[in-house]
Design a binder for this molecule. Structure first.
Ligand code: AMP
Ligand code: MG
Length: 487
């Protein structure tokens, strides 16, 4: 048994059995003096990995890309994508898929190194990543997971011991990312644009086998695939909206076919409720603003449907009709997911026709009185509507009366309604200033204690424990918070 197998690695690479045009074999570029700075013990265990071995010198070599695991066939995936609406060829320019870990339970997860050096898709880039953005992805993706939102996860970050050049010199790092797969809308766009129909079919069949095996025998399985992807994206985006998550770069290459949130760059959580909220410094038009995310998801899904056209029907006019019919249903599907989630946030079990108006009225008031999104729902949950301007208004008092009356018109008890609210409204989200403070201490001082405490607090957002209190406050900002593309 090799050293790495002692850690529990059990890799296959089914992706490498796809047509060759879909990827390029690519090994990570070794680094000089890697150091493990954070390891996700729980995630490691769930993958069948042994924490102590991962922490050993040999274990760290795997996370650094210095040792290639047996059975893995490392590769960089080819994909295209619409970036801010413009179509281009992309691919893993700074990431390598080491392989797929087959867990003791028989599940299959992609093991990807991000920041592991140049690949055939790097174009002008150095293939590397800076420590700050990799830690940021670690924090936010783990917070999303704890919030109950499908997401890629973060297993480990190592510093490379090498500097990378951005606007200034920064410490380099490599993130080990775990995903149901890295199939993207952009993967389909790539094959649709440059591949053969046979390759497109192979990709679609692979996707069905891996993520949606239950539709394999359907009469038109490619239509079923489109429906499944629409369904899981409608659910995902609703979940983002419900917690105030703003992805920041919803390009089609950053939309996963599995329905997981992927590619954490300039993402951040909204504080004050405002549909126009944008954090990313490069999103000048607000294309990916909070309130636009459902619309953009529909646009991206239309690009997915287009890529599938040759498979949907032999008659392309009919295929277009089929695709259009599905895409026209996206908005309603999203809306019903969102409405169900909002009802839960307000402690409502049953449905009434006026619920949407009740919800919209609350959001309007939050917008008008610059209320913090998360803390408004928290205050409603614990019936301590004070210390926010919104709660002092007559308009809010009226709304609250309507809401209480509405809550009374259901069979369930007040206690179970309260419980539903506690489980639907997080006590904490990764507040921007808390994330920055953790990153600063880690990157500038090599002290990870602030980050570890933050991760701990974020790991159980529905606990509503006393120690979470100090993480729920929002500072007054003199300048708007800005995020930068995580390269
Ligand atoms: P992202 O913004 O992370 O979604 O990346 C968009 C595209 O740029 C992908 O094809 C990445 O692989 C590529 N890319 C980002 N940063 C680098 C880098 N430092 N070197 C090479 N390619 C990169
Ligand atoms: Mg990307």
């Amino acid at each position: 048994m090799t050293k790495s197998n002692e850690a529990g690695w059990n890799l296959d690479n089914s992706y490498a059995r796809l047509p060759e045009s879909l990827y390029s074999s690519a090994k990570p570029t070794p680094v000089n003096s890697p150091e493990l700075v954070i390891l996700n013990n729980q995630l490691a265990a769930s993958l069948g990995l042994i924490v102590q071995q991962l922490q050993s010198e040999n274990g760290v070599e795997v996370f650094a890309g210095n040792e290639v695991l047996e059975g893995g066939s490392p590769l960089a995936q080819a994909y295209a994508g619409h970036q801010f609406g413009h179509f281009t060829m992309l691919g893993d320019g700074r990431a390598v898929l080491l392989g797929e870990q087959i867990t003791p339970q028989g599940e299959r997860f992609d093991i990807q190194l991000k920041g592991s050096g140049r690949t055939p898709y790097s174009r002008g880039g150095d293939g590397r990543a800076a420590l700050g953005p990799m830690l940021r992805e670690y924090i936010i993706s783990e917070a999303m997971h704890a919030l109950g939102i499908p997401t890629t996860r973060s297993l480990a970050v190592v510093t490379s011991g090498e500097s990378i050049i951005r606007e200034t010199e920064l410490p380099g790092a490599i993130l080990t990312r775990i995903a149901a797969s890295h199939l993207r809308v952009g993967t389909f766009q790539y094959v649709s644009r440059w591949g053969t129909e046979e390759e497109l079919r192979a990709l679609a069949d692979y996707t069905i086998e891996r993520h949606y095996p239950e539709i394999k025998e359907d009469e038109n399985r490619y239509l079923s695939l489109l429906q499944e992807v629409i369904k899981c994206q409608a659910e995902l985006i609703a979940k983002w909206q419900l917690v105030g998550f703003i992805h920041g770069v919803m390009n089609t290459d950053n939309m996963a076919i599995s329905g997981e949130t992927i590619d954490y760059g300039p993402c951040a959580f909204m504080d004050t409720f405002d549909p126009a909220t944008v954090f990313s410094s490069i999103d000048r038009q607000g294309r990916y603003a909070y309130g636009n995310q459902p619309i953009i998801a529909g646009w991206n899904l239309a690009r997915f449907a287009e890529a599938l056209l040759p498979l949907l029907d032999d008659d392309q006019d009919r295929a277009i009709e089929i695709a259009q019919e599905q895409i026209s249903g996206v908005n309603d599907l999203y809306n019903s997911n969102w409405l169900a989630g909002m009802r839960a946030k307000l402690g409502l079990f049953n449905e009434e026709k006026e619920d949407e108006a009740l919800i919209e009225n609350l959001l309007k008031l939050m917008d008008k009185h610059d209320a913090d999104y998360t803390n408004t729902f928290r205050a409603l949950t614990f019936d301590n509507a004070n210390d926010m301007d919104l709660f002092d208004t007559e308009e809010f008092a009226q709304w609250q009366e309507q809401w209480q009356a509405r809550r009374g018109r259901q069979e369930e008890s007040k206690a179970s309604s309260d419980e539903l609210m506690r489980n639907s409204n997080p006590a904490v989200i990764p507040r921007n200033h808390r994330v920055e403070e953790a990153l600063e201490d880690a990157v500038e001082n090599g002290d990870y204690s602030v980050m570890e405490r933050l991760l701990d607090v974020l790991s159980n957002p529905y606990a509503h424990s006393a120690e979470q209190e100090e993480y729920a406050t929002v500072p007054e900002l003199k300048v708007p918070y800005r995020t930068y593309c995580g390269t």
